[in-house]
Each structure stands twice: as structure tokens, then as C-alpha cells.
Design a protein around this ligand. Sequence first.
Ligand code: UDP
Length: 236
Amino acid sequence: MTQYQRVLLKLSGEVFGGGQVGVDPDVVSTIAHDVAEVVRSGVQVAVVTGGGNFFRGAELQQRGMDRVRADYMGMLGIVMNCLALQDFLEKLGIETRVQTAITMGQVAEPYVPRRAIRHMEKGRVVIFGAGMGMPFFSTDTVAVQRALESRCDAVFFAKSGVDGVYSADPRKDPEATKYDHITFDEAISQGLAVVDQTAFTLCAENKLPMVVFGMEPEGNIPRVLKGERIGTLVDA
Ligand code: UDP
């Protein structure tokens, strides 16, 4: 067991939608219970949410939209996931702050890294939204950047339908084998795509440990964030 002090959890948009477009409140409620359990155990938690359950810029581009505008739509979708998670966490008595990279004062604080750290020190969950605020980035990369800037001990990627890093995509290749541990250099040289390459590179350059794990079975989020070794550890 590793005892983490401060962690960043990346939840992809897919997770929020339960496989559908939009937000599935039951799923978000379950995630909120899991995160609350972690916070109550004394671990400081930040979250980065994705937005693929609403829009992905690259997909809209393929269907004729301007990439930049489509990416902004993607970033706005992310914020809806943040608000849903905030709502269910606060119902459980967990204090939260949403900080967005695109300023929207009525719904969230602006992204202020030092303030985010203070919130976490006070036991509040900080949910980082609207990605990096810039087109052409993915929320995987944002997760690593936010984890680095808010001085997290590790970044955790929760996946649905896959339980770690494999030698190839297990949904396409039945021969694919799962790694319990892999180095950044190996992951990058093998072109493994479970997390995007920019995220891998940023983690590698800054020696930030990364854990990729599956959401199933239920309860995996508190297990892994409290230090149990599940999924795949990627480090230097
Ligand atoms: N996005 C962006 N800049 C960012 C983060 C996200 O433009 O810094 C846009 C991009 O269009 C992306 C969408 O927001 O496709 C949703 O994010 P992502 O695809 O990373 O979500 P996930 O796959 O994790 O659900």
C-alpha cells in the first residue's frame, strides 16, 4: 500500500454518460460516494473530467465543423460533468470547488492553482473544468498538467471497459496482455494509446507516477486512491 497525500483523478466523459450522450445521475452519484470515501480517509483529491459524452472536437470536425469552435463546444460540455459531480458530492456533505479554465463567474471559480491547493488542504474536492481552455488539447493532458501544478503525488486515470495498460488494445486484439507495471519509456516507444501520448510525455518528463485502472468492479476508485495496487502503474 502507498499512502498518498494528494491525488488527481481523471474521469473520462464516457464514465459520466454511462455509455450514452449526456449525464447519468445514478452513475455520477456512485462516483461521488467513492470520491467522498477517499476524502473522508484523509486523502486530498482533485478531479479532471472529460467531455466525450457531449462533444469531441475531432469528431465534430469530421462532420464538417470548424475544429476550433468544435473544441470550445467540447470544453463547455466538460463543465456540465463538473457541475453534476459537484452536486452529488455536496449532497454527501463534501465541500467542493469547480475551477474552470474558461472564465464563467456565475457557475465556477476561475482556475487559480494556488487557491486550488488551499482548497484541497481544507479538505475540499477541486474539480477542474473546461480542459486547458485551449483547442487541440485533450483532458488526459490537462489531468497531468493540473496534477503537476497542484503538486499531486500521482495522477489516476479511471477507465471504463478496460482495467489497465495492455500491450495492444484488448478490445481489438485477443492476444493483448496487461501490464502491472510499465515505464514511461516503454509505454511511449510501444505507442500505447490508453492515455494520449502528450500526457505520457508530460508525466515522464516530470517523473509523475501514473496509474491506469478500471472502474469495474464498483469500489475500485476508493481502493486505488487509498493506495491499493490495482490496474497498471506507469512510472520512471
Ligand atoms: N478539449 C479541448 N481542449 C482541452 C480539453 C478538451 O479542446 O484542453 C475539447 C476537445 O474537443 C475534446 C473535448 O473537449 O475532444 C472533450 O475532451 P476529451 O475528448 O479529452 O474528453 P474524454 O475523452 O476524456 O471524455
